[in-house]
Design a protein. Sequence first.
Length: 174
Amino acid sequence: MIRKIIIATSGASGVNLGIKTLKLLPKEIDKHFIMTKNSKVVLDKENNLTTHDNEDISASIASGSFGTDAMIIAPCSMNTLAKIACGISDNLVTRCASVMIKEQKKLILAPREMPFSAIALENMQKLASLGVIIAPPVMAYYSEQQTLQEMENFIIGKWFDLLDIENNLYKRWE
């Protein structure tokens, strides 16, 4: 069961998808939010949300002893993905991702670039072999999305499914 989660956004397009993911999480989950400088947007404070400065690598969530259960980086820039793949922990996002890998906790990366270069695919393969879940925001047609909101709900619902967070955000295969 997910009790504590980190949601991070890095400098790829689609920051609103990360923020929407944060807002759709159940209220009983302890949420921690990191935004890189390149993904700063106005965000209303919500209950049970702690925001962290990406430059503060001494934040509580940067420690394995904090006990975070999962982390989603959505969107995940190729720069952030590459740093994680190479073990570079030069900011709070990459430090937390490194801790998630070290502690063998669920880490979901949502790379938001297309097409993927061979270098990006190599980095994704390396991370996947370590147990990191690579889940780009890709829609499926069976759930019959008609609007951008429905497409986003499908993607977020699939991420929640990966974390065993119950949801009814999309029409399931019958």
